[in-house]
Ligand binder design. Sequence first.
Ligand code: ACM
Ligand code: ZN
Length: 618
Amino acid sequence: MKKLFSLALALSLGATVFAQEKKDLTLNIVPLPQHVQINNGSFKINASTNIAFDSEEDKKVAVLFQDFLKSNYNLDLPLAKSAKSNSIYFSSKNAKKGNTEAYELNITADKVIVGGKAAGLFYGMQSLIQLLPVDKKASLEIQQASIQDEPRFAYRGLHLDVGRHFFPVEFIKKYIDILSSYKLNTFHWHLTEDQGWRIEIKSHPKLTQIGGQRKQTLLGNYKTDGDYDNTPYGGFYTQEQVKEVVAYATSKYVTVIPEIEMPGHALAALSAYPELGCGDNPGPYTAAQTWGVFDDVFCAGKEETFKLLEDVIDEVIPLFPSEYIHIGGDECPKTKWKTCPHCQKRIKDNNLKDEHELQSYFIQRMEKYINSKGKRIIGWDEILEGGLAPNATVMSWRGDQGAIDAANQGHDVIITANSYGLYFDHKQGPDQNREPLSIGGLSTLNSVYSSDPMPSKISEANKKHVLGVQANIWTEYIGSSNKVEFTLLPRVLALSEIAWTQPEKKNWKNFSEQRAARQLAKLDQTSTFYRVPEVYGIKDTTIYASEYTIENLKPSVEGAKIFYTLDNYDPSELDLEYTGPVKITVPNSKERIFKAVVVTPSGKRSNYIRVNIINTKK
Ligand code: ACM
Ligand code: ZN
């Protein structure tokens, strides 16, 4: 009797597990929605399906979806003013009040209803797009389901440094497309740097004519190499181009926050206007040709510095509807200020304690000006030093302390530190020999995914000050658009999930092996570059045994294959294909090195993973 009972229990448990495995409760959407209910059956998109909408605003999203089907599935569906049967219906009519980024997606046999307002409707469309099959020739069937979704954080950002390297407008638009497809909503455009000033300022044309150029660029690694390419490098965005980018971003519900760096990272500006450096005979300066932090910064004592920066702000503000202007504030050495008579006079006249308070004076003065124009400032966490500007939001990048201090003072913060894996310029795997040239550090897909960008030391009452999270792409070692894409993908998928999804819903195995693997299979069919994650199921390791079986390997991209070698050569598609367990027998006193690689349908390769099996028997 007991036996029978336990058998029945085992059978029923088995059945439950099987049912759960069969029913994918996530629909492979990234970021994972807050609530998904799967129903039986599917909705089939065919040539007589129409795309319906309510308002003119809803029509914009309907048209984006229409364009997507046309360019990706070669299907040109008509628009309709009202939903009939066989409709995909974009509707703000019954959108719930509250979070404007929330949406609902209801898929039945007869209709798909995407419900939401503006950004919410757009995010509903992004989820719907992700439900379309990987195989472009397959019939367009979508699982019947009901989704209710809204983001965890209001600020979900991605940054790009266009100062160290310049990227054309067409690429910036593609970047915005990528980030918005994963429901990020902010593009932080880092427009000025020591190595180049990239935004046209009509009242001060030399900023781009001179500051937009550098004579040459460091080759290789800053720490170990010392040669230059002997090739002038430059570029900038005209104000017309900036307007074009901002309008494009707005159409994808992305806010663009411009960053104008001050008082540091200013060499390119000083190369154009050397009189704004410290001392009585400043300069000459040249835009930096190498990387790092430079002592020459804007003089905080001269009125002319503030005049130029206010003129710049006057031209920047009308270009960007964003509530925020980012004024930098990071990495400003005080070396020159210490000996500059103008800076020292400013300190004395204003009863400032030291150069840190002078930096605070600088930022607070610029904040006052920007506030007077109806905008707010964001700065890197150094703006805390010497006293925080009264209305500033802090971008916390050097660990958590900046975030904690700012929140304790009642200021809003954005989390961008690499303790959360958010410095995407850092390498994506631990072994530099297997990675392209990078600035170093480490930010793996897993380290991004496993972080929760809510510092545990911020008190419960202050958690409301954490507006959200952002990843940064600094481009010292990223000179091409392809490499930006490689740097971004797939980590942006993990970023989107920590920004959007409640942390208790996260599941690394499901994310990496299933949902991200599906999204990467879709990317693999496009011209967008991405880093193929290493094979799942093994890690770099050494095992002491005479026999070992490698099994349960999984490709990191849906539809990709795994190949391996046993001879320590780097594996490729020319080697043995892994199709099931591989039993490795090692003679006494010998070693076998198993290396496996993922090769995607388009031919992209992952880095290899290595397992050394050593038989120590004599
Ligand atoms: C920074 O990485 N200097 C903000
Ligand atoms: Zn000075």
